[in-house]
Design a protein. Structure first.
Length: 218
């Protein structure tokens, strides 16, 4: 990243074009006050009274009204080889990103976002949905879950690893997108994972946003 469009010493709240709950936007801004929109996510932000400091994308989804209102902070990235979500992440320099409007909308958009999530695992990116928080698992994860919490794993590449604190340990299991997945596991309390490679997504309850962020930014 030679010249980031957005450079922040604290976290960024990234608003995409899918459903965005007011409570989630408020919670994200409390943790990451700098708001950036992904193309049509500008309309989502404006509808909730939030003016993003930048709008990044190919600008094929933003409304005419939002374009007129935000003309001074529009950054068009015209290439069509990547998604707008990927374009935005490539042009943000921040310790972490909390992404809204990526879950609960179109399934093809959702899958594309999840694919980008595992490809760009260097900076912590957490997707916030109505029920879930999703993030790419780092090589080692130590997260303060509560006993009984849902703790799901979904591979986007063949991957193995070891765990402590799960009802069903993962050691000796070969995960793969077209094979074994790890949905609906449960935490016994604090969970520790050590993965042998990249490609695993972790899915935890929405209520565990703060502990997930703490684990990824420790």
């Amino acid at each position: 990243m030679k010249h980031p469009i957005v450079q922040c010493p604290s976290g960024v709240t990234l608003v995409a074009g899918g459903p965005v709950l007011a409570r989630d936007l408020a919670a994200a801004r409390a943790l990451a006050p700098h708001v950036v929109a992904v193309d049509g996510g500008a309309d989502r932000a404006l509808a909730q009274g939030v003016r993003p400091q930048a709008v990044i994308g190919d600008m094929d989804s933003i409304s005419v009204a939002a374009r007129a209102s935000l003309g001074d902070v529009l950054y068009e990235v015209a290439e069509q080889e990547s998604t707008d979500f990927d374009k935005a992440l490539r042009h943000i320099a921040a310790p972490f990103v909390l992404a809204l409007g990526c879950l609960g909308g179109r399934v093809d958009h959702e899958l594309a976002v999840l694919s980008v999530l595992v490809q760009r695992s260097g900076v912590p990116v957490l997707l916030i949905g109505r029920e879930d928080v999703i993030f790419a698992c780092p090589p080692v994860l130590d997260i303060a879950m509560r006993a009984g919490d849902r703790f799901s794993l979904f591979p986007f590449a063949p991957v193995t690893g070891r765990s402590e604190g799960l009802v069903w340990p993962i050691e000796g299991l070969a995960f793969a997108p077209g094979g074994r997945v790890g949905t609906s596991n449960q935490a016994l309390g604090r969970v520790r994972l050590a993965m042998d490679g990249p490609g695993m997504l972790v899915i935890v309850p929405r209520a565990r946003l703060a502990v997930a962020l703490a684990a990824l930014t420790a």
